[in-house]
Design a protein around this ligand. Structure first.
Ligand code: FES
Ligand SMILES: [Fe+2]
Length: 360
């Protein structure tokens, strides 16, 4: 491998603690990307809806009477109130403020106290459309009505790479949320950092052979796999508290190894023979982040035991170490030195894709 060009850390310290920076990220990164919004199974009937943030924008995804998923800005065309909150089921979207009513296709259907409004043109007062598409049973939204790339284009090679996991054939077993006191990008950078595996997870990942792992940048996204060490291989195979997923266990190649992947901008994914765990990172402030994990797999195992180990790694080890950096980020001596040639290259690539959207 040619190491003539060393990977570079390209963001200043302010990017990790200034709220004004986060607002720009919400506008330019989260507002312009395809973002995970849950599972198609969460929209099981006509009228099932879920609200979700896309950067500064507030969206609602709803299944209409023709079984189609629609996404709209959750902003009433009268005076801007939010129509719905959280998740639920409805026949129409009714604004709680003055009862304007919208169909599940977004059209304005009715205006209360109609005689108070002259010349209302229902057709021009529908909800502002956003975009929604699905991939392998995963729902993604985009705040733009006409995104520059379709979801398939946005995913590129990672869409095909992760297809053998057949997530649309799995069940949503359990969800869990953790939060930590660090900027969301520190979590991503740690997730795609191969160098820390030996040192931050000396026991929890002891059975894995980091030296034999493979990692690969796929456009803006990233995938990685690592086998169990030979002496642990048998024990590792039988140690999961969840049942094996037959089509993953039998898949050819590296799919049965321990996988950690990343869909830009905010979606780590963890895979193995018995699980497909989707971890959505939601910045709460510049220095506080929430991670919502949807565990997919085959029912019949002990999901709590899975999360006990998973949280020990992600919250107990990864989040702790990035909270440690966060406490230093305002120091006048905080600076990032040289990066490891291949083990930390993905961080440099993440910054490139990030900076392209931030347009700094
Ligand atoms: S703000 Fe929605 S009806 Fe008035
Ligand atoms: Fe880690």
């Amino acid at each position: 491998m040619n190491y003539l060009i060393a990977p570079q850390y390209k963001l200043p310290a302010e990017a990790y603690f200034e709220e004004s920076w986060l607002i720009q990220e919400k506008r330019k990164i989260f507002g312009a990307s395809w973002l995970y919004a849950g599972q198609t199974s969460e929209f099981h009937e006509h009228g099932s809806y879920k609200t979700i943030k896309a950067g500064l924008d507030e969206l609602v995804v709803v299944r209409d009477k023709h079984d189609q998923l629609n996404a709209f800005h959750n902003v009433c065309r009268h005076r801007g109130a939010q129509l719905v909150q959280g998740t639920g089921q409805c026949g129409t979207l009714v604004c709680p403020y003055h009862k304007w009513t919208y169909g599940l296709d977004g059209h304005l259907r009715g205006v209360a106290k109609h005689d108070q409004f002259t010349d209302i043109d229902n057709m021009s007062l529908g909800l502002h459309p956003a975009s929604v598409e699905t991939w392998m049973g995963l729902v993604f939204i985009n705040a733009n009505e006409h995104p520059t790339e379709s979801l398939t284009e946005w995913l590129g090679d990672i869409g095909k790479e992760l297809a053998p996991f057949g997530a649309d054939k799995l069940e949503l077993l359990k969800s869990d949320t953790i939060s930590f006191e660090a900027n969301w990008k520190f979590y991503i950078e740690n997730h795609i950092d191969w160098l820390h595996l030996w040192f931050v997870h000396p026991e929890t990942l002891a059975a894995l052979d980091h030296d034999k792992g493979q990692f690969e940048q796929l456009g803006r996204h990233w995938v990685s796999y690592e086998p169990a060490k030979r002496e642990h291989a048998q024990a590792y195979k039988t140690s999961s508290p969840l049942p094996d997923i037959p089509h993953v266990k039998d898949a050819i190649g590296r799919y049965s190894e321990n996988g950690a992947h990343f869909i830009f901008p905010n979606l780590p994914i963890f895979t193995g023979t018995s699980f497909f765990a989707i971890a959505e990172l939601i910045p709460l402030t510049a220095e506080k982040t929430q991670m919502k994990v949807n565990l997919l797999g085959v029912p019949g195992g002990d999901e709590d035991a899975f999360f006990e180990l998973f949280n020990e790694i992600t919250k107990g080890e990864d989040a702790r170490i990035i909270e440690n950096i966060q406490r230093n980020v305002r120091s006048k001596h905080f600076a990032v030195g040289p990066l490891a040639h291949s083990y930390e290259k993905a961080i440099s690539d993440f910054h490139d894709h990030y900076l392209k959207l931030m347009d700094l």
